[in-house]
Ligand binder design. Structure first.
Ligand code: FES
Length: 108
């Protein structure tokens, strides 16, 4: 059964975007942000190789931690904080309902 969840994305100007996302379409957070025309580039297409989809997780996360590829990419990325994640490595699942993230600054 299809379940929609609500997540909030704070863009780089501080504007909050509350978006409803289906959980049965095999999407990740980077794709969702792009789909809603938020300024997320996703240069590498979700391969954990560019960090242009970096977000800061503002709520307590219930969806696991960084995977190895993600950790390696974030090791080399700019503006990385303890709560940084790569949006493309976060699959949209029902557990994400209520998630709040902020977009990291653009990579220089
Ligand atoms: S889209 Fe490139 S690391 Fe996520």
């Amino acid at each position: 059964m299809s379940v929609d969840i609500t997540i909030t994305v704070v863009d780089r100007k501080g504007t909050e975007h509350e978006i409803n996302v289906p959980t049965d379409m095999n999407l990740n957070l980077m794709e969702v942000c792009k789909g809603f025309e938020l300024p997320v580039e996703g240069v590498c297409g979700g391969m954990a190789m560019c960090a242009s989809c970096q977000v800061y997780v503002l709520t307590e996360s219930h969806f696991g931690s960084r995977n190895d590829d993600e950790e390696a990419m974030l090791d080399e990325a700019y503006y990385v904080e303890d709560n940084s994640r790569l949006g493309c490595q976060i699959p949209i699942t029902p557990e994400l309902d209520g998630l709040r993230v902020a977009l990291a600054p653009e990579t220089p």
